[in-house]
Each structure stands twice: as C-alpha cells, then as structure tokens.
Ligand binder design. Sequence first.
Ligand SMILES: [Zn+2]
Length: 133
Amino acid sequence: MLDENCIFCKIIKNEIPSFKFYEDKNFIAILDINPIKEGHTMIIPKEHCPDILDLEEPIHSELFKTAKKIGKILKKTFNSKRIGYAIEGFGVDHVHLHLVPIDKGYELNPCDSKNASKEELKETLEKIKKNIN
Ligand SMILES: [Zn+2]
C-alpha cells in the first residue's frame, strides 16, 4: 500500500521526478539529492512502511539482496573501498537503505550531506548507468 502524503510513495508512482537508475518488482534505487559522497543512493521498497522491523519477509531479506547488487555497481563506478549501509528513516517515514561509497568509516556521516545540483546528479547517474548490464 502507498501513502498519499509520502514523498517516496510519490516518487514510486512517478508523480515526483527522481534520479532513478534501478527498478524491479519490489524496489527502486535513486540518488540521494543531498549526498554524503558522490554516488550516495537510496534503495526504497515499493510498499509504504515506516519501520524496517515491520517490513514483511521476504521483502526485508530481498532489500539486502538488492543492496548487494546495487552496492557492487556503486563500488565499481566510484572505485571506493567499501559501501557503507545506513538505515534510520527519520528524514522520510518510509523505509530506505542508504548506500554510500566510502573509503573510511567516518565518511558515513549524515552531517556531511550537501545539496547536489541537477547537473551533478545527472552526471553521477550517467556514470552509474555505464556499469549496469
Ligand atoms: Zn511511502
């Protein structure tokens, strides 16, 4: 079920534009418009659910399978040592997993997020798309 007041539900229904580069039956992956680092992505389940602990199986485990697939693409694209995962959900009340290409643990810091321009985000999207088979 979707929530008509939720920004992520609107993105899923394509009512609001996003920088989306992946979609399957259960999830979308879009760029965070306030990235911590270039390539900062969010994987969002299509079902509206505020708390990760309330995500039904198999969606909960599928989220991590999808994260592995997307994470590998990001790691290759941005040549990072790791992909940091973060889930907190205080910004938008709809489960989303942040994937951030990082080289050091302290880089996974939401306080370092800054607004990216549409041009920067388009450029990032093109880089990622080149590594999607
Ligand atoms: Zn929602």
